[in-house]
Design a binder for this molecule. Structure first.
Ligand code: AMP
Ligand code: MG
Length: 524
């Protein structure tokens, strides 16, 4: 860790809050507040991601030291760290929510690795900040395990995401009312060190815009492009300010589209797509009450807070990302003399999403190209998967095993949740399979070649909600090995891993309605 080099541009180049300390306040004219992590009693490392340690140039031997635990629990700073909490706002569930900010996240600094890459280190759960409002700035073990595992799982699935270096328990209890039913209870506290090139969100731009502080807004936009999108200067017109902003907004739209298309490919439901949870880099960020699709259902949301409106359900995500980009566009409008480039950016979102969706349709079905009929074939399949309660991950994985000359429904026997529905599905599924095999015969790819292509995009292992919950249950009993095992499995989600079949199984019946497995609140 001595080798970590810091270059803290955010606090160096941008205006900060003149006050320090964690007393709660509205912060105007500043993009962050300096604040120190609050030390914890007994930090203990439960798990770490070795790829992330390597990325940062932290040696495996250092990870096991007490010093590592001290630093990544917020008890000690390394020279060069300048901790701060960012100031941002956001639209929550469709409504402008005003100033939010990092209420329990504290950035330690921006480190530059041996390859010259910039990685921001951020502790989540490290104590109060000026933005903590009425809350305590801490995080519980269950939500920290979920963030730690899912960010790494997503990375290994090839989905743009923030990363996680470490998962630490604090030795302290945190009180939470998990079901918002007036029964608060103590739970073990934890801290995750998150890692990303930047944690800037749409909401960082929305707040100065809402306060009509165009100068501050412009400063943040210029900074973001300079630090995180330098390649845009080389684009035609990149020397001219408004053209540069337009190219940047289009780039944010395109990246967001690619991210959401991946979520749909792997069956990930974010759960709280508020604009303060949308990364300007198009990374999946803020793992809260997210969930993974078991039986295919576009209406499903894991978030109990959203059970009524289903605003953030699986099938809504592409729409909501577009709505969120419109909020970002409104925030950026003061920097443009005409709104046309912002509309063009939003169109880029639509076009990029369509292209990405077609790529994924072809890839998931093992086709070399995507025709319009193939999109229809996929949508027809979605209807069947929903109607007959079929497991998304198991179905697509099994689809790769189809032999063009001898298709059989036997391949999908593990993918059903309901025996009656399995029986009822046979005719319709056979019919669909006949269309599918006709299509793959037309392409004439050898079965084995198609299988290999399909298994590279249809994962065998995803972080099913019940698997995460089992690891959490054991961790709460003091046994972190299930977290480490799960992380190992999720490092190779597309490989068949002999001996690890347990992790491929569909959601067991006991988990259907269990808290943490199918229902999650925002309490974390
Ligand atoms: P989230 O729904 O987790 O994205 O959080 C929304 C806002 O509430 C953000 O500004 C968070 O920083 C803040 N927040 C959530 N939980 C806590 C907590 N335990 N302590 C302080 N702030 C929190
Ligand atoms: Mg958030």
């Amino acid at each position: 860790m001595q080798s970590l080099r810091f270059d803290n541009t955010f606090v160096r180049d941008l205006p900060g809050d003149p006050d320090d300390g964690a007393q709660r306040r509205q912060v105007h004219g500043a993009l962050y507040s300096r604040v120190q992590p609050t030390p914890v009693v007994a930090p203990q490392l439960l798990a770490h991601a070795r790829e992330v340690a390597a990325l940062l140039g932290i040696d495996e031997s250092e990870v096991a030291t007490p010093r590592f635990a001290q630093v990544f629990a917020g008890n000690a700073l390394i020279e060069g760290m300048t901790p701060y909490a960012a100031n941002y706002g956001g639209h929550q569930f469709g409504q402008w929510a005003g100033q939010l900010g990092d209420g329990r996240a504290i950035t330690l600094g921006e480190t530059i690795n041996a390859a010259g890459e910039r990685w921001e280190l951020q502790l989540k759960g490290a104590g109060p900040t000026p933005y903590s409002r009425t809350a305590d700035g801490r995080a519980v073990l269950r939500s920290s395990v979920r963030e730690f595992l899912c960010s790494e799982a997503m990375h290994h699935l090839g989905v743009p995401t923030t990363r996680a270096l470490s998962l630490m328990t604090t030795g302290e209890q945190v009180v939470r009312d998990m079901f918002y039913d007036g029964r608060p209870a103590p739970e073990p506290g934890a801290i995750v060190c998150r890692v990303a090139p930047s944690f800037i969100r749409f909401g960082n731009f929305e707040l100065p815009a809402a306060r009509r502080d165009s100068a501050l807004l412009k400063q943040l936009v210029d900074y973001t492009i300079r630090r995180d999108f330098p390649e845009l200067y080389a684009e035609p017109g990149g020397g001219e300010e408004e053209a540069l902003y337009a190219a940047w907004f289009a780039q944010v739209c395109a990246r967001t589209a690619v991210m959401v298309a991946h979520w749909m490919r792997v069956g990930f439901v974010h759960g709280v797509m508020n604009t303060d949870n949308m990364s300007i880099l198009g990374l999946t960020i803020d793992y809260g009450p997210y969930g993974w699709i078991d039986n295919f259902d576009l209406d499903w949301t894991p978030n109990t807070t959203d059970a009524q409106g289903r605003r953030y359900s699986f099938g809504q995500q592409a729409q909501i990302a577009s709505w969120n980009l419109s909020r970002l566009a409104s925030a950026l409008a003061p920097l443009f003399t005409s709104l046309d480039p912002l509309h063009a950016g939003l169109q880029t979102y639509v076009d990029t999403y369509k292209t990405a969706e077609r790529l994924h349709v072809a890839a998931k079905l093992g086709l070399t190209e995507c025709r319009d009929e193939d999109v229809e074939l996929m949508h027809a399949l979605y209807v069947l998967l929903h109607e007959y309660e079929i497991d998304m991950t198991l179905f697509f994985r099994a689809l790769g095993e189809v032999k063009a000359a001898a298709p059989t429904l036997m391949l999908f026997s593990e993918a059903f949740y309901d025996e009656a529905k399995r029986g009822a599905s046979a005719a319709a599924l056979n019919d669909w399979l006949a269309h599918y095999t006709a299509r793959i015969k037309q392409e004439g790819q050898p079965d084995e070649q198609r299988r290999v292509r399909m298994q590279a995009v249809n994962p065998r292992y995803v972080l099913r909600n019940y698997l995460a919950q089992q690891a959490i249950d054991r961790a709460e009993q003091g046994d972190a090995t299930a977290i480490q095992e799960l992380l190992e499995v999720l490092r190779h989600p597309y490989d068949d891993q002999p001996g690890r079949e347990l992790y491929t199984q569909r959601r067991p019946e006991w988990a259907r309605n269990r808290a943490g497995c199918s229902m999650l609140s925002c309490s974390s």
